[in-house]
Design a binder for this molecule. Structure first.
Ligand SMILES: CC(C)(COP(=O)(O)OP(=O)(O)OC[C@H]1O[C@@H](n2cnc3c(N)ncnc32)[C@H](O)[C@@H]1OP(=O)(O)O)[C@@H](O)C(=O)NCCC(=O)NCCS
Length: 197
């Protein structure tokens, strides 16, 4: 698989490929307005306007097999407003440089369990300067939750991002440990999933 970065400036050019993968992956949910392809694309294009937006795609030959993307939460982010669990207020402070939000990661069905999501995840956070990353995952998403846990992510609480959205599990990944390891000579490789125990 080849991993390539999708440039923020020309992100709209990838629409058809990205939607094709999305429609395969979220096949059974597309009739739900929140998960419709149109709503999804609106969300992606909004993410793509954000500071710190990064997206990576995995291709095998000419087939897009998966992708991952996210952006840096701004200082005035309302990300944590939907949190339904009691959490130390200090954990909810955003500075504009503190937290990378991993918005999407998906792999086509026939390409799963080959470490592709892990490679996409690693490629996305490899260059992160943020001190932590966060994501939302549906509580019954066994595969994704198992993946995140094995990559070092931890549960922070339940969060409903919008009124019409489901209640998700909110997870967090500490990136400072790997940054310190990098400073000490561990290098970027220390950020990679699977090396987090
Ligand atoms: C979650 C998803 C991205 C994982 O993609 P993948 O390429 O299969 O993941 P990897 O091969 O890198 O697997 C990494 C680890 O995740 C865990 N995992 C992945 N699929 C799993 C499953 N079906 N059941 C249990 N654990 C699973 C395993 O620990 C796995 O490591 P292992 O294969 O060495 O045991 C993929 O299942 C997917 O696209 N799901 C639909 C979209 C989605 O739910 N995205 C996340 C939204 S929050």
């Amino acid at each position: 698989m080849q991993i390539r970065k999708l440039e923020q400036e020309s992100f709209h050019e990838y629409r058809d490929e990205l939607i094709e993968v999305y429609e395969e992956v979220y096949d059974g949910q597309l009739n739900d307005p929140f998960f419709s392809s149109e709503t999804y694309w609106s969300r992606l294009t909004a993410y793509a306007t954000r500071n710190g937006f990064r997206a990576v795609a995995g291709k095998v030959d000419e087939t897009l097999v998966g992708y991952a993307l996210g952006y840096t939460l701004p200082a005035e982010s309302r990300w944590w407003q939907g949190l339904r669990s009691a959490v130390d207020a200090k954990a909810l402070v955003e500075t504009g440089t503190r937290t990378f939000a991993l918005n999407e990661i998906m792999v086509r069905k026939r390409w799963r369990r080959r470490g592709i999501a892990r490679q996409l995840h690693d490629a996305l956070i490899e260059e992160a300067s943020e001190e932590r990353a966060t994501l939302l995952v549906l509580p019954d998403n066994v595969a994704a939750k198992a993946a995140y846990r094995s990559w070092g992510w931890q549960m922070i609480g339940e969060l409903q991002p919008f009124d019409d959205a489901p209640v998700y599990d909110s997870m967090i990944l500490d990136l400072t440990e790997s940054q310190q390891d990098g400073d000490a000579g561990g290098g970027q490789g220390m950020r990679r999933a699977g090396q987090r125990g």
